[in-house]
Design a protein. Structure first.
Length: 151
């Protein structure tokens, strides 16, 4: 009889078992809700970032087209025919043979544009690739055979 009393003493009340099952269910539900919210947040951020990338690509394409249009306009404005037309409109005329004298001035050098004077020279390129990475497989085998693999 004493064994029955011990089993009965450790047996939980039915409402406690039910409360534990409800608690476990709610805990699992809250956990799944948190995972779903996290997934939704990550997905939303990825969608917003993807949309921003699409907008930036459209903007880049627009800027590239505008740049190409401006380069075309510049090419048209500096074409030989257009330059001759503008020169004639300003009163210039083509030089006839014998009208132009070329005079060489000793020691004269053409001044460089200011943008070139303030520009810094790029430092010489230093090879950053270690020699191990520029070695061929045959050279590596040869080195291992000669030195016995100790290096």
């Amino acid at each position: 009889m004493q064994a029955a009393q011990i089993i009965h003493a450790h047996k939980q009340a039915p409402w406690r078992v039910q409360r534990q099952w409800v608690g476990a269910f709610l805990l699992a539900l809250i956990g799944m809700t948190m995972i779903a919210a996290l997934y939704l947040d990550v997905t939303a951020r990825a969608a917003v970032t993807g949309r921003e990338i699409q907008e930036l690509r459209v903007e880049l394409t627009t800027i590239q087209r505008t740049n190409a249009d401006l380069e075309t306009q510049l090419a048209n404005m500096t074409s030989t025919i257009e330059m001759q037309r503008r020169a004639l409109a300003l009163g210039y005329r083509p030089v006839k043979p014998g009208e132009l004298d070329y005079v060489a001035v000793p020691g004269f050098s053409v001044p460089e544009p200011e943008i070139l004077l303030v520009a810094e020279d790029a430092p010489p390129h230093v090879q950053s690739l270690p020699p191990e990475y520029s070695q061929s497989l045959i050279e590596w085998f040869d080195e291992r055979i000669r030195f016995g693999g100790a290096r």
